[in-house]
Write a protein that binds this ligand. Structure first.
Ligand code: ZN
Length: 149
């Protein structure tokens, strides 16, 4: 993942009342006063979340010749209906492919997973990733798009 700083937007919520306080261009010396009279430091990790513009990441991903090779071909579905090896083998997906099987449709999922900020920290960081299913299973994690934290 290669994210440009221009693509990152910071947001905060009031830790006291959970009200959304808006967007910051950066978190240095950024304070906001909530309607509950709390003063919220924009860099405080317990009130911060980040969204990342995914357009430039998608453009870069789709320009990658290794990835392009897989985007031009529909993934192979398992012809045996009794086994489920990938998302393409599911009943709903097969029905969708029959109705609108355009090669320009791409399948993806949003995933999130958390990790502690430090060994004894009470806070955790949650990554929001986009995984493209057109890629072989072994490549999907390598070419994920980071959508937020
Ligand atoms: Zn508040």
């Amino acid at each position: 993942m290669n994210v440009k700083t221009d693509d990152i937007r910071y947001h905060s919520m009031c830790p006291q009342c959970s009200k959304y306080l808006g967007e910051y261009s950066n978190t240095v010396n950024s304070k906001k006063v909530c309607t509950c009279d709390s003063i919220v430091d924009g860099s405080a990790i317990d009130s911060l979340f980040i969204d990342i513009n995914i357009e430039s990441q998608i453009r870069k991903l789709f320009a990658n010749p290794v990835v392009q090779k897989y985007l031009e071909h529909q993934p192979q579905q398992n012809q045996n209906d009794d086994t489920f090896k990938d998302v393409f083998d599911g009943k709903v997906h097969k029905e969708y492919e029959k109705k609108d099987g355009s090669k320009w449709n791409y399948r993806y999922t949003f995933n999130t997973d958390g990790c502690k900020a430090a060994d004894h920290a009470h806070l955790s960081t949650w990554l929001i990733n986009i995984m493209l299913y057109e890629l072989p299973k072994e490549m999907r994690r390598k070419y994920m798009i980071l959508a937020g934290l």
